[in-house]
Design a protein around this ligand. Structure first.
Ligand SMILES: C[S@@+](CC[C@H](N)C(=O)[O-])C[C@H]1O[C@@H](n2cnc3c(N)ncnc32)[C@H](O)[C@@H]1O
Length: 221
């Protein structure tokens, strides 16, 4: 198990917390449905418009290098949204067999055309794939949306389908200041805490893959 940031080349988003603070509860309820508002509504409801722009290409390259991915390998992205990372993984490793799992019907229906037919609808707690059937399994900013016990199940499932070959990124904070910022910004997370909490959860699930944290930064967007 290694702490490694495979999203180091993802564009840094500095969030405008004040803008989101208003009408927080109504937006949280809406966002948790993971429907149109979450992906393509306003910024206080979620992404504020999630369109393909190639930002995942460098990350796909780093993931491919880290796991030594090659043509014929199978990769699963749990909570793949509109399948942008799936699309970019296929571009950087021609012949890679990619699969996504996503709870949002809207996300699947509005996925990138290259990811069409590659995304299965379901929840991270139960991955409808055989054990040890993937060369790598990824889940980026997804499992913190589950309650603690479901989160443990989701991590256990990732370990089952790709033992020791997982990458999990989750929301976290390292101190009280970061916690306060997190609580002002967060819309959908149900399980959150410091890295120590996550490391304990990973150990409880028997997870032996890699992981890293999304720490929210404040500033003009
Ligand atoms: C913050 S987005 C991250 C999407 C993508 N991994 C990325 O990094 O751009 C969270 C995604 O997780 C999905 N999601 C939420 N709960 C889920 C669950 N229980 N099982 C699978 N996907 C889930 C949402 O629909 C959404 O697409």
């Amino acid at each position: 198990m290694a702490e490694i940031n495979l999203l180091a080349r993802y564009p840094r988003a500095r969030r405008n917390i004040l803008a989101r603070k208003q009408a927080q509860e109504a937006n949280r309820m809406l966002a948790r449905q993971f429907g149109r508002e979450y992906f393509d509504g306003t910024r206080d409801q979620g992404y504020g418009g999630y369109r393909y722009d190639g930002r995942w290409i460098p990350i796909a390259r780093d993931i491919a290098a880290h796991y030594g991915l090659k043509a014929g390998d199978r990769v699963l992205d749990v909570g793949c949204a509109k399948g942008f990372l799936l699309r970019d993984l296929m571009e950087v490793v021609p012949g890679l067999e990619v699969w996504g799992l996503e709870i949002s019907q809207y996300g699947i229906e509005n996925c990138h055309p290259d990811a069409r037919g590659r995304i299965v609808r379901g929840s991270a707690q139960r991955l409808p794939f055989p054990s040890a059937s993937f060369a790598a399994v990824l889940s980026i900013n997804v499992i913190h949306n589950l309650r603690y016990d479901a989160c443990v199940e989701a991590v256990r499932e990732m370990e089952r389908v790709a033992p020791g070959r997982g990458y999990i990124q989750v929301d976290a904070y390292r101190n009280d200041d970061e916690r306060e910022i997190f609580l002002d910004w967060v819309l959908t997370a149900d399980t959150y805490g410091k890295p120590e909490m996550w490391r304990e959860l990973f150990a409880r699930a028997g997870y032996t893959g890699d992981y890293y944290w999304t720490i929210i930064e404040v500033g003009p967007e």
